[in-house]
Write a protein of this length. Structure first.
Length: 358
């Protein structure tokens, strides 16, 4: 039997409708459109409505990805949500999404690697598909960072935004798919970018709230330097692992942290900016959601066609970082092949449903 590949057959994203511009931020903290634009390239970001949360946005993105893949929720075997801003400490966001979708046959768990969470989730899902554990997975990156940002800290609140992106990853006998994955970390840098309160180390309490420990804290300069070096090195490693060179990469979709980081990575790799996808100016840094949102917009803009090689890379708190090279598959055409075991198990499930008393 031909070796299976893990291919993306569906994609979708959701961004909340409320737009917060740099001019809006000027009314909240002492900052300016000029400072934010020059330092980050960000012009506006989306902010979740009060009735929205990470799981509701993740669900909307997932529904769009499933529609594109022409799969029913009941076909989904695994839901993974990469996030640093879950609805609750537990249950996982993936469980809330699974329920909202009606993906009754799917396993569900979250991956927590901050801004690297989507790339890490993709690595886990493709590993499970290549290992034969599941035949498909919904891989989602979703964040409501506006709820954990300190709106009194101009050094961080101007950077982040909310949103969700999702892909459907499927086993396929096609020759395209995930070609390489690399993941790295340096846990000695934990306190350079973190939310110190609200977990089990510094549980929520009046004192911790007073000290604003439940909000994001960051040493921007250190993060900047580390992010550029780490993302560039991981990207080069992923390209080499796929037996390719940078010239073979059709499009580079990096984590949309800020324009200076993206340009710094491209410069370090000697990779032309014309082949780098950038949408940070419209969404800010949406952490785990940034790569899948950018990937969706890149496809919708016609920047990827079947057989093109796309490089994704991310860096985030931990520090964590990673990259992956995928050969683009695109929309699935024609009926999916079902294994005899699948056909038999579906028939038994249908029979049980029919004979079960209401
Ligand atoms: N508006 C106006 N002035 C500001 C603002 C603001 N929003 N924020 C900081 N400043 C001031 C500082 O107080 C400082 O003033 P001072 O010189 O009087 O002390 C001055 O601007 C310079 O501050 P720096 O922190 O040195 O500014 P820098 O040029 O390093 O830019 C930035 C800061 C944009 C945060 C940069 O360090 C950066 O991009 N870091 C990466 C952070 C990032 O992207 N993190 C996201 C999470 S990790 C990831 O996704 C990769």
């Amino acid at each position: 039997m031909a070796r299976a590949n893990a291919v993306i057959t569906g994609w979708g994203f959701y961004a909340p409708s409320r737009v917060m511009t740099n001019a809006d931020l000027e009314k909240i903290v002492e900052t300016s459109d000029q400072w934010i634009t020059e330092r980050t390239g960000i012009k506006e970001r989306r902010i979740a409505a009060p009735d929205e949360s990470t799981s509701t946005m993740a669900t909307k993105a997932a529904e769009r990805a499933l529609a594109k893949a022409k799969l029913k929720p009941s076909d989904v075997e695994l839901v993974i949500v990469g996030t640093a801003s879950p609805d609750f400490v537990f249950p996982p966001v993936a469980s809330l999404v699974q329920a909202a979708l009606g993906a009754t046959r799917a396993g569900a768990f979250d991956v927590g690697a901050a801004c690297t969470s989507f790339v890490s989730s993709l690595a886990v899902a493709s590993g499970m598909i290549l290992g034969g554990a599941v035949r498909n997975a919904l891989v989602i990156g979703a964040e409501t960072l506006s709820r954990i940002v300190d709106w009194k800290d101009r050094g961080t609140c101007v950077l982040f935004g909310d949103g969700a992106g999702a892909v459907v990853l499927e086993a396929s006998s096609a020759s395209v798919g995930v070609q390489s994955t690399v993941l790295h970390g340096d846990g000695t840098k934990c306190d350079l970018l973190w939310v110190p309160g609200g977990g089990t180390k510094n549980p929520t309490g009046a004192e911790k709230l007073e000290a604003r420990m439940h909000y994001i804290r960051m040493n921007g300069n250190e993060v900047y330097r580390s992010a550029v070096k780490a993302m560039a090195e991981a990207a080069e490693e992923a390209i080499a692992k796929a037996n390719l060179t940078a010239d073979d990469i059709t499009l580079f979709v990096p984590h949309q942290a800020n324009l200076r980081i993206i340009e710094g990575v491209a410069k370090r790799m000697r990779f032309p900016m014309e082949r780098v996808f950038v949408n940070v100016q419209r969404y800010g840094n949406t952490s785990a959601a940034s790569v899948p949102i950018a990937l969706c917009e890149a496809v919708e803009a016609g920047r990827l066609k079947r057989g093109d090689k796309v490089l994704v890379a991310a860096f985030g708190a931990g520090f964590t970082w990673g990259a992956s090279v995928l050969e683009w598959f695109g929309e699935h055409e024609g009926p999916r092949q079902k294994s005899p075991l699948d056909i038999a198990s579906r028939a038994i499930e249908d029979l049980v449903d029919r004979v079960r008393p209401a």
